[in-house]
Design a protein around this ligand. Structure first.
Ligand code: BES
Ligand code: ZN
Length: 611
């Protein structure tokens, strides 16, 4: 009886039931106490948790603030308080639906990584908590860009980055990937600008935009961008947002997008999010890509002119299954998001461009993995991480991505592709709109595929290093590059490299070691002009080798690159190479000029590196 009355309350408290997920879902399970054990959130999910968030905010580009209200519809387990995560936010007042007026709240002590707990006094009757607040210009998730920092240089720009635990710095929220919520939002922005979110735009007029995300997502996927944006459709359910001057190049670069979606669906089942768009952000975006649902955020450094770097889009698209449907329960289980995604990315690439092409990417990843295995402390080379007391950022290494992927490739190699694909289909279907941790993955795969018991998955997951059953990939294309490099055929016959793709060039540059003289650098540069390469991957790899060999010619281009691009994956190896070769003063001088252009994600890492 108690259960029925409570369920009725829950139904009454729900904001919308108009989506497939809500209507299918048994209302009773909204009653459950949430069993989330996440060391990176202050929230007490057994007391009360958000089921839906409504945001109503004004974006002020002069003050660099977002101001308004975050209204949480909550599942209340007879609680007298609810705890949210906040970081660098100003909380003005909080109103609950049952009191109808301001209620008491308390803000706890600050932790440098986690921020602060915001504890709000509620009653067992509370179903809605409205938090009136504003962000600060320093709020870590949000980067406010001046017109100078954009491609067109006419208007300011804003974007947010939530993963892993930055959402709390722009929204007061229970910031754990283990709780999935729906959201809706209303934004007021300057008239000439367009706002987009990881959600469906339901209305826009005169600087007022409304959004709805009716499928439950972890809150690290709530994302916003505002700027002078154009949109161009790429197919039935995909398109690209970019600044006007970038549009043509972006449109051409992503012309295979619709094919990628078809390939992904052919592998692992229907695309669940209706629309798949990509927004190309200004170059300070700290990542290559971010899988915000319905709208991948991407760096402009993948616009190479020849589609050679669009495997990154395959990766973010793959997250629409791995990560966005089946989500890691905590950041210690991050490999469940990224390892599956790298594997899935490889499969999409293989479908579109063939096995030779996919193999080249796997070998490049494998070499990156070997390098990181040398650098990382042993305990951080286990797939299941232990990030208590540390930033989840520490888990963002090749371990989650590539060791994770190689374990899945190993399973495929042993049990056969057909069977493994069947398993993955059932896995995504079973965990869609849910969370899982590593132990639940192990239980699930052991049940569905008992033959994996002899494959030592526990060793992959709980032991450091790379197990001996790791697949070995070979590539005839790379063998040719190696032979060419070693015998310096390219010097006599530069045309022997004519059919090389970006990946072959990365293999070539990757082979440069301390035996190379400055003359070797000069000769290669004269033939192939790496120093002025418009391909960001090639340029960054070449700059790193050049710094380490003291091939000083590259410095003007290196500096220009570092001042323009804020993608951390490029910055870390370049600044580190300068630091390790006695050029830390040069590194600091360049960084002083570049830092104002970087997002917090990048400054946080570079500050520590160059301190
Ligand atoms: N989800 C990640 C980005 C991320 C991870 C942001 C952890 C914050 C914390 C995204 O899908 C990703 O992996 N991006 C990669 C590209 C990919 C091709 C490996 C990147 O940005 O380099
Ligand atoms: Zn990823």
């Amino acid at each position: 009886m108690k259960k029925i009355i409570l369920s009725l309350c829950v139904i009454a408290g729900m904001v919308s039931c108009d989506n497939q997920y809500e209507s299918n879902k048994n209302q009773i399970d909204k009653m459950e106490t949430k069993d989330i054990n996440d060391v990176h959130s202050y929230a007490q999910f057994d007391q009360a948790y958000t089921t839906h968030l409504f945001l109503d905010l004004v974006a002020d580009f002069d003050k660099k603030t977002l101001t308004g209200v975050a209204a949480h519809t909550i599942q209340n387990n007879n609680a007298s308080e609810i705890v949210f995560d906040i970081k660098d936010l100003n909380i003005d007042k909080i109103i609950t639906n049952d009191e109808g007026k301001e209620v008491k709240f308390e803000i706890g002590a600050e932790d440098k990584i986690l921020g602060k707990p915001l504890t709000v006094q509620i009653t067992p009757k509370t179903t809605r908590v409205e938090i009136y607040y504003s962000t600060n210009p320093t709020s870590e998730a949000v980067q406010w860009l001046s017109p100078q920092q954009t491609a067109d240089k006419t208007d300011p720009f804003l974007f947010t980055q939530g993963e892993a635990i930055l959402t709390r710095s722009w929204i007061p929220i229970q910031d754990s990937p283990g709780n999935k919520i729906t959201y809706s939002a209303r934004f007021k922005v300057p008239d000439s600008l367009t706002a987009v979110m990881s959600a469906k735009t339901t209305s826009h007029k005169n600087g007022e935009f409304e959004f709805e995300m009716n499928q439950p997502i972890p809150c690290y996927l709530i994302a916003l961008a505002i700027g002078k944006l154009e949109y161009k459709s790429l197919g039935a359910r995909s398109g690209v947002y970019a600044e006007p001057s970038m549009m043509e190049a972006c449109y051409n670069e992503f012309s295979d997008l619709e094919k990628m979606i078809d390939a992904a669906e052919g592998l692992y089942g229907p695309y669940a999010w209706e629309q798949y768009d990509v927004i190309v952000l200004p170059p300070s975006f700290p990542f290559g890509g971010m899988e915000n649902p319905r709208l991948t955020f991407a760096t402009p450094t993948i616009i190479a002119g020849d589609k050679s770097l669009t495997s990154l889009i395959a990766h973010e698209l793959a997250h629409s299954w791995s990560g966005n449907l089946a989500t890691n329960a905590t950041w210690d289980d991050f490999w469940l998001n990224e390892g599956f995604t790298v594997y899935f990315e490889g499969r999409i690439i293989e479908e579109l461009y063939g096995k030779d092409y996919a193999d080249m990417l796997s070998i490049l990843s494998y070499n990156g993995l070997l390098a990181e295995l040398e650098d990382l402390p042993a305990q951080d080379t286990r797939l299941k991480l232990d990030l208590e007391g540390r930033s989840p950022d520490d888990g963002m290494s090749a371990i989650a991505y590539d060791k994770g992927c190689f374990m899945l490739m190993m399973i495929e190699e042993n049990i056969g592709r057909e069977k493994f694909d069947q398993f993955l289909n059932s896995y995504f279907d079973h965990f869609k709109f849910k969370n899982l941790n590593t132990e639940e993955f192990l239980a699930y795969i052991n049940e569905k595929l008992p033959e994996v018991k002899k494959l030592n998955l526990e060793e992959w997951i709980y032991k450091p290093g790379l197990p001996s059953n790791c697949p070995k990939i070979v590539s005839a294309k790379f063998d040719k590059v190696d032979a060419n490099f070693e015998s310096k055929i390219y010097l006599e016959n530069p045309r022997s490299t004519n059919d090389w793709t970006t990946h072959e060039w990365l293999r070539f540059i990757g082979k440069i070691d301390t035996s190379w003289s400055i003359t070797d650098f000069e000769q290669a540069d004269k033939l192939f002009d790496f120093t002025n390469s418009g391909n960001s991957e090639i340029a960054a790899a070449w700059f790193e080798k050049s710094i380490r060999a003291d091939y000083k010619i590259v410095y003007p281009q290196l500096e220009a690159f570092l001042v323009k691009v804020g993608r951390r994956k490029f910055l870390t190896p370049l600044y580190r190479a300068m630091k390790e070769t006695g050029n830390i003063e040069t590194a600091r001088n360049i960084y002083a000029k570049a830092r104002p252009n970087y997002h917090f994600v990048s400054t946080n890492t570079m500050d520590a590196l160059l301190k």
